[in-house]
Design a protein. Structure first.
Length: 275
């Protein structure tokens, strides 16, 4: 019996393939094609519209760095907004911070949250049952442009800028984030693998620069996001994250560390050339 493979199609002329030892769930949701399968190397894997989103084996690297860099740079992050992040990994990491009083999570696809609670319970580790969470099933762009709430940290954990995730890379989204950031607030977002997605990097830099007083990028290497280091975007009207040391708080992490926090803002020259 021949093995079944899942071919990632993020790039038109190159990709990666995963053996699907067992397909656990597959469905066309209201917004996208969702598949969850087992792989001997990576554990459970989730893909949306042909693009690998998360794996059990390496998810902690991405989730810790997207979360703890802004959370540790803010002096007291009490109110946090997560846009996307339906697998629950960002939520899990945010709730490790004892200062957090309320987390609002806006996820457009309820099926992603439901299926990840079922098939990726270690991503959220019970975080969806935390009383500090306000889960909103809805459009993130509309939320940030309409909410009367303000947030100390806003984290955009979106898919790449295609399909439902495309709007989370627009000037309208960034302007909405700016309006709902509290004084001293910090925004971060997934921004792709810059070696292969240079146009995405340049577009984000331009749009964030037109909206915020300070903006930049930091990096992390996530094995299943292939093609080099991933760039994570940051922006703020109050602080330059590259000059802010992390707070002296002990966290239970597997990747994030204070030394990595400060080092991640050092970027290779090819990224500077792209910008």
């Amino acid at each position: 019996m021949s093995e079944i493979s899942y071919l990632e199609t993020l790039h038109p002329s190159w990709g990666q393939s995963f053996v699907m030892d067992e397909i656990l769930f597959e469905s066309k949701t209201a917004h996208q094609h969702l598949v969850i399968f087992n792989n001997a190397q990576w554990g459970r894997v989730m893909a949306l519209d042909g693009v690998i989103q998360t794996t059990e084996r390496d998810e902690f690297i991405y989730h810790e760095m997207l979360t703890h860099v802004p959370m540790m740079a803010h002096p007291c992050p009490k109110r946090v907004l997560i846009v996307g992040g339906g697998d629950g990994g960002i939520l899990r990491e945010v709730l490790k911070h004892p200062e957090v009083e309320q987390v609002t999570q806006v996820e457009i696809d309820e099926a992603v949250v439901s299926m990840c609670r079922t098939y990726f319970p270690n991503h959220s580790q019970g975080a969806y049952d935390d009383p500090r969470l306000n889960l909103v099933i809805g459009d993130g762009v509309e939320f940030v442009n309409q909410t009367a709430q303000t947030f100390d940290v806003v984290i955009s954990d979106s898919t790449d800028p295609v399909g439902p995730g495309e709007v989370l890379f627009t000037s309208r989204f960034y302007a909405g984030v700016q309006r709902c950031l509290a004084e001293g607030g910090i925004f971060v977002a997934q921004n792709g693998v810059s070696f292969l997605q240079g146009d995405e990097l340049k577009t984000s830099a331009q749009r964030l620069g037109l909206t915020f007083a300070h903006r930049g990028f930091y990096s992390v290497a996530v094995p299943t996001y292939v093609g080099g280091i991933m760039t994570l975007a940051w922006a703020s009207d109050a602080v330059d994250l590259t000059t802010v040391p992390p707070r002296a708080v002990e966290l239970a992490t597997r990747y994030y560390a204070p030394a990595l926090h400060q080092a991640c803002f050092a970027l290779p020259r090819y990224i500077a050339e792209q910008l």
